[in-house]
Write a protein that binds this ligand. Structure first.
Ligand code: C2O
Ligand code: CU
Length: 426
């Protein structure tokens, strides 16, 4: 719906799911049948995409490719599908640059068989925010296309190997709150909290950590990894990381630094009554710590793909920006008729090569691939950062027939052409 949302002392007019930011969490168990009725009160058509969930193709929410967009106002659509895997997911529209408004919410799939080795959970949804502050995402996209974005190429990050983003944001949010009015989570010292971190941003990677409190990373994009300890983790757009922390005996902020940009989001983990420390003083401390990226992790044995040589290898050369802010794959902008053919039963390898000066979080719909890493089985993921000048290979089993979008999850890059289709053929 369209309406006012309070970011914590600052009210903005935006588009949201049900007037809430983030939208209300959906929580189901693996194997459940999920039914969601979308009613569109927005002034334009929309869809819902269930990011990372390997569902049936006609529920995937990609306009024209898998469904007709749901016209507003007052259009409707019923999504209904079985949820095959446990993990931390989220959902968002797949029309235009709507994701850079307030249209996002967590989708948590519990594993009925997994023993919970933690006491409680905390879902943290991160976002970069500009909507309703004399700007909106459609206007920003127009500006980028006209070459008028003053910030382009200004934000840089060594961790991201080049440009950190194309858009300057006034605010960064954790669970819909400004860093000046953070959510405060009461906790007990010694309690084990499973963090479910989700980056719902459009153009911002986040460096996340709790200064002085180590995290044990357990999952990337919903799938288990061999546990790894970290002071800070990096999340590109649409990446998710689960990590367990042990609550200290003093308040500590969970900081999400906008990587290569100016600003941060936070929430406060609060045992007892002591005043929370000034987060600004801790930003420097967190930025000086080593950062774990998802590709540093290893798949847990239970979810590692069997060794197998690929039956087909597809090259995806990432290029841009060309004239009018065009971003390409293999020199082409998005054309659903010109996909990458695969056949059911094949082991498929995608090789992303980044010839640009900016990182691209590349996402594949309908599957969870395995990142190939030199030291063995990399993590299972659905979204992987490909850094400038680098190549990343991912493997998956073609076991879910359909037409599956694969694209950059920078919403402006995707809309400007950096999308193609993994296309099952007979
Ligand atoms: Cu978050 Cu095409 O997806
Ligand atoms: Cu990109």
């Amino acid at each position: 719906m369209q309406g006012d949302v309070d970011l914590g002392g600052r009210v903005v007019r935006t588009w949201s799911y049900g007037g809430q930011l983030p939208g209300r969490e959906i929580r189901v168990r693996r194997g459940d049948l999920l039914r969601v009725s979308l009613r569109n009160d927005l002034p334009e058509a929309t869809t819902i995409h269930w990011h990372g969930v390997a569902i049936r193709n006609d529920m995937d929410g990609v306009p024209e490719l898998t469904q007709r967009p749901v016209g507003g106002p007052l259009g409707g659509f019923r999504y209904e599908f079985t949820v095959p895997d446990a993990g931390t997911f989220f959902f968002h529209p797949h029309v235009g640059v709507q994701l850079d408004r307030g249209l996002y919410a967590p989708l948590i799939v519990e594993d009925p068989d997994a023993p919970a080795d933690y006491d409680t959970e905390l879902v943290v949804v991160l976002d970069d925010w500009l909507d309703g502050l004399r700007r909106d995402p459609d206007g920003v996209f127009k500006e980028l296309r006209a070459g008028g974005m003053g910030s382009m190429g200004m934000a840089r990050s060594a961790l991201l190997g080049g440009d950190a983003g194309d858009v300057t944001y006034p605010y960064f949010l954790a669970n819909g709150r400004l860093s000046s009015a953070p959510q405060v989570v009461t906790a007990r010292p010694g309690q084990r909290i499973r963090l479910r971190l989700i980056n719902a941003g459009a153009d911002t990677a986040f460096r996340v950590g709790l200064p002085g409190v180590p995290m044990t990373v357990t999952h990337t994009d919903g799938f288990p990894v061999q546990p790894a300890t970290a002071d800070a983790v990096l999340l590109g757009m649409a990446e998710r990381i689960d990590a367990v922390i042990i609550v200290p005996d003093r308040p500590v902020p969970l900081l999400a630094l906008a990587e290569g940009k100016d600003g941060f989001a936070q929430l406060v983990v609060q045992p007892g009554r002591a005043a929370a420390p000034d987060p600004a003083a801790l930003v420097g401390e967190l930025s000086s710590r080593p950062v774990l990226t998802a590709t540093d992790t290893r798949a847990a044995d239970a979810v590692r793909l069997a060794e197998r040589a690929p039956d087909v290898v597809h090259e995806l050369k990432l290029g841009g920006p060309d004239r009018n802010y065009t971003w390409t794959i293999n020199g082409q902008v998005y054309d659903p008729a010109r996909g990458l053919p695969v056949r059911e039963g094949q082991r498929v390898r995608l090789r992303f090569t980044n010839t640009t000066t900016m990182f691209h979080p590349m996402h594949l719909h309908g599957h969870t691939f395995q990142v190939r890493s030199p030291g063995g089985a990399g993590p299972r993921k659905d979204t992987v950062n490909v850094l400038p000048g680098k190549a990343v290979e991912v493997d998956f089993d073609a076991d879910n027939p359909g037409q599956w979008l694969t694209h950059c999850h920078n919403v402006y890059h995707g809309e400007a052409g950096m999308m193609t289709v993994v296309s099952y053929v007979e």
